[in-house]
Structure formats: structure tokens, C-alpha cells
Design a protein around this ligand. Structure first.
Ligand code: HEM
Length: 234
């Protein structure tokens, strides 16, 4: 799939474009009245003072069993790490493609809209974009420790009504409906392949890295579904 087909820029609203451009032109996290710490690394998992720092309800051992169930191997971790330096310099181009898809798909961009006006909130899009860029790097580092697992739970909470909108102090729709989260795993990973191929790796290595990314995004979208599931049913 040609990622540029997904851009469909003609369908962008001006508000969305403003948000995208402000993020592209800055490497600095955007300031928010809520807290500038919101745009950081996995170390500072939440600035939402209404709840305690997220601690994963599943253990690292349970994570291992889940990975095993999706045919995860150490080779996948190595392939992800190989992708890190290939993807890093292309981060903004990757985000342009992913955001282009979301921005031009009304049922998705709705989740970035202002609850009152129904229009996309450019500042919200831009603030999340910074964290999304960090996530590409974190995913490619493939360092599966307790901090990473806790942050997975935090990301799930931020998609769910428990945490959505809090990091950026925005007034947007309260929850991302669960059904769209695994759905987005496909466009995200399908459009990544041309970027993996740009690093000069062999075709076999591009395929290895791509498969590892598919597994990792699937794994993460599963972990993020936890807040949506009744206690004891995850
Ligand atoms: C596999 C699917 C998905 C991936 C990989 C993904 C990735 C991410 C990442 C990395 C963040 C930032 C997390 C952080 O705060 O550090 C985020 C937040 C967000 N995502 Fe997703 N996402 C997915 C599905 C979706 C879907 C389907 C939507 C609906 C449009 C969506 C909308 C949002 C919104 C609105 C936020 C900001 C939440 C908040 O903090 O208020 N995501 N996503």
C-alpha cells in the first residue's frame, strides 16, 4: 500500500492541519496549563492527579505468556531494535502518514474533536503527536520491563474514559471505543513497511522487522484493552 494514498490531504480541515504543523515544526513538547510533564518519557507515566500512577494489573510473567501466544521470540525483539535507527530519522514522515489517515477518516478524527464544537482540536492532535513519536522509539527499543508494562496500562487508561483528555487538559469526547483500537493496528503496521525498507536492510530483514512490528502493535493493543474489560475477564 502506498502510504501517501492515505494522506488524502484534500479532506483535512484547517484545524487539523494547524495541529499537525505545529507539532512538526517543534521538537519541544507543547506546554499545557495542565502540566508540561505530560509530554515526556515512560518514566513519568501520568500527570493526572486524580488517580495514582498506573501499575499494570498483569505481571511480567503473564506478559511473557501472552507474547508466547502470539509467537513472539527473541528474534522479534532484535528485529524491532534493528528498526529503531531506521525509523528514528523518519518519525515525522511516519506520523504524517498515520495522522493523515486518522484526520481523513471521520469516525476516527471524531475522537480528537472538541466536545462542544465537534471540530478537531488542533492543539490536542499536536500534543498527542509528540507522545506518538516517543512511542515509535519506545516500541522499537523493545525493552520489556516493569516500567514498560506499567506504561502500557497508562496508555490503555488514556484511550479509556478513566484517562482520556486528562493529560492534555482538553474537552474532547470521553472515550475511544474499543473496537477501533485493534482496527487501527492494521493501517499502522501496513503503512510502516515502506519506511522499514528505506534503511537499506535486506528484503529478509525488512520482512523480519515488519513482522515484529505487527506482533508488537497487536500485543500493545491487547494490553490497552484491559481497562475496558470487567475485572477478572482480561
Ligand atoms: C493500534 C492502535 C493504536 C495505537 C498504536 C495508538 C497509539 C497511541 C499513542 C502512542 C498514544 C499516546 C500515548 C501517551 O500518552 O503516551 C495515543 C493516544 C491517543 N490515541 Fe491512540 N492508538 C491507537 C488507537 C487509537 C484509535 C483507534 C484512536 C481513535 C481515533 C486513537 C486516538 C487517540 C487519542 C485521542 C489519544 C490521546 C488520549 C489522551 O491522552 O487524551 N488511538 N495513541
Amino acid at each position: 500500500m502506498d502510504p501517501h494514498l492515505l494522506l488524502r490531504t484534500g479532506q483535512f480541515t484547517l484545524t487539523v492541519l494547524a495541529g499537525l504543523l505545529s507539532a512538526c515544526s517543534s521538537t519541544q513538547p507543547l506546554q499545557s496549563p495542565h502540566s508540561p510533564k505530560a509530554y515526556c518519557t515512560m518514566n513519568e507515566v501520568t500527570n493526572d492527579e486524580s488517580r495514582p500512577p498506573a501499575t499494570s494489573p498483569i505481571t511480567l510473567e503473564e506478559l511473557g505468556l501472552l507474547q508466547e501466544s502470539l509467537l513472539w521470540s527473541e528474534d522479534d525483539a532484535q528485529a524491532l531494535r534493528q528498526s529503531h535507527d531506521i525509523l528514528k530519522p523518519q518519525t515525522e514522515d511516519i506520523l504524517d502518514v498515520w495522522y493523515g489517515f486518522v484526520a481523513s477518516t471521520p469516525q476516527l478524527v471524531k475522537y480528537f474533536s472538541n466536545a462542544k464544537t465537534g471540530q478537531p482540536d488542533g492543539n490536542y492532535l499536536a500534543a498527542v503527536r509528540v507522545r506518538f513519536g516517543q512511542w515509535i522509539s519506545d516500541t522499537a527499543k523493545a525493552d520489556y520491563n516493569q516500567e514498560w508494562l506499567n506504561y502500557q496500562y497508562e496508555i490503555g487508561l488514556r484511550h479509556h474514559s478513566i484517562g482520556k483528555n486528562k493529560t492534555d487538559g482538553v474537552d474532547s469526547v470521553p472515550i475511544i471505543h474499543l473496537r477501533y483500537i485493534p482496527a487501527l493496528a492494521y493501517p499502522i503496521t501496513a503503512t510502516l513497511k515502506p519506511f522499514l525498507a528505506k534503511g537499506g536492510a535486506s528484503q529478509a530483514d525488512v520482512e523480519r522487522m515488519h513482522q515484529a512490528w505487527i506482533k508488537s502493535v497487536l500485543l500493545q493493543s491487547i494490553l490497552w484493552s484491559q481497562p475496558y474489560v470487567k475485572a477478572g475477564e482480561f
